[in-house]
Ligand binder design. Structure first.
Ligand SMILES: [Zn+2]
Length: 58
């Protein structure tokens, strides 16, 4: 059995029978484990990354 896939930020379960599951993203942590991100957290995550751009970008 595969472990259940859940968002590593908010804990939401990924339901493979739900079309929105295709919008989930994933990456790997330092130990090579897959971490899932639900669509909502993916968007929030991108905003975080953009917010960390150095001031000289603006
Ligand atoms: Zn989430």
């Amino acid at each position: 059995m595969e472990p259940p896939q859940a968002c590593h930020l908010c804990g939401e379960r990924r339901d493979l029978s739900d079309p929105t599951s295709l919008a989930w993203g994933n990456d790997r942590d330092d130990e090579g484990r897959v971490r899932w991100l639900c669509p909502g957290c993916t968007r929030g995550h991108l905003r975080d990354i953009e917010a960390r751009l150095p001031d000289r970008w603006w």
